[in-house]
Design a protein around this ligand. Structure first.
Ligand SMILES: [Zn+2]
Length: 353
């Protein structure tokens, strides 16, 4: 589309500490990064990417539908000479509220088309059903042997958001891998389950860009399987999705959180190495006597500062429990530990044959 007169084009040079600074930053010709605030969230901001096309704007993700975010969203679009009414389409990487809700709200407001991965449908339907009155995360906390976290979690997280208005169903469910033509660009929509079951990344190989959502983040390790619908092997799915992205050309990495970096391959390799180490550490925890995911989590270092499990706040504690459960479930699938099913899943070293 022709560039609006008087619009500002600022090249993105944000590094590690600067990427949350609001504005519109050009990452490639016609592609802009808009960091939007997440005031109550440790991630601090989410990157929404604006792609200019001959018939309007296509957005990758929409941010979290809260007033602070909307104000900055409108101001950042204005800096480019646009308003929300120029948006034709939202391609949302996954259903987490910091990516999906503002796409849903603005999409309805301006008549833009909203697409989301089919794998997230189970979770979306669960959120819209009465079944959610019992928080499904409780079953997983029990499976991880971390019921002691339940009270802190309930106090922090209402099982149902105060309003489901922000979580309208999308106009389209993306199914398997497909090519989406937007103006003169071709975007590969690549199904990458793991972070959530419906996660997608979008690749513009001609421009050498990977819109990676939360599948590949530049500075932190994405959480895995953090979704109301129960998934037994989120880590297996996630590692398969990393291998899928590694098999694509090496692209500029445009993550949903963190600064843009030059190589998707480099970061995928680091994430794979991270999980190799965690699998090894989880195996050793079982060898040295841990029987539940929560016990094993007590043997592992957490966060970049290598904290102990008990130093984590309630939210991070729950993530640690789920993360360790995912690693142990994969070790069981690989035949490296035995798994004893039950409301709390127990793991034991393999008995020598
Ligand atoms: Zn997410």
């Amino acid at each position: 589309m022709t560039r609006p007169p008087g619009a500002e084009r600022v090249v993105d040079r944000a590094g590690r500490g600067e990427w949350t600074e609001p504005g519109a930053f050009e990452v490639a010709p016609g592609v802009h990064r808009l960091p939007l605030p997440l005031p109550m969230d440790g991630l601090r901001a989410v990157n929404v990417y604006v792609i200019e096309t001959d018939d309007g704007l296509v957005l990758i993700d929409g941010g979290w539908a809260i007033p602070e975010s909307r104000t900055i969203f409108d101001a950042s679009l204005k800096q480019l000479g646009y308003t929300v009414r120029d948006i034709r389409r939202f391609l949302v990487t996954h259903m987490h509220r910091d990516h999906y809700t503002q796409a849903s709200v603005v999409g309805r407001e301006v008549g833009a088309h909203v697409a989301l991965g089919l794998g997230d449908k189970a979770t979306m339907e669960l959120m819209h059903s009465d079944a959610l009155d019992e928080d499904p995360n409780m079953d997983r906390l029990r499976a991880a042997g971390a019921e002691e976290l339940a009270e802190g979690w309930r106090a922090m997280m209402p099982s149902r958001p105060p309003s489901m208005d922000d979580y309208g169903m999308p106009d389209e469910w993306l199914d398997r891998d497909l090519v989406i033509d937007i103006g003169s660009r071709r975007l590969g929509a690549v199904s990458t389950p793991g972070h959530t079951q419906g996660h997608y990344v979008f690749a513009d190989e001609e421009a050498s860009l990977l819109f990676a959502g939360d599948h590949v983040l530049s500075t932190i390790t994405p959480s895995i399987g953090f979704e109301p619908a129960y998934v037994q092997q989120p880590l297996r799915d996630y590692l398969a999705s990393l291998a899928k992205v590694r098999a694509m050309p090496d692209l500029k990495l445009l993550p949903a959180h963190g600064p843009v970096t030059e190589s998707s391959h480099t970061r995928v390799d680091e994430l794979v190495a991270h999980h190799d180490v965690r699998l090894e550490q989880s195996l050793r925890a079982v060898d040295s006597g841990a029987r539940t995911a929560w016990e094993a989590a007590g043997e592992l270092p957490w966060t970049r500062r290598e904290r102990h499990r008990d130093e984590l706040g309630p939210f991070d504690g729950v993530l640690a429990a789920f993360e360790t459960l995912a690693h142990l479930e994969l070790l069981a699938l690989q035949g490296k530990v035995s798994r004893i099913a039950g409301a709390t899943v127990r793991f034991e070293p393999l008995r020598p044959a």
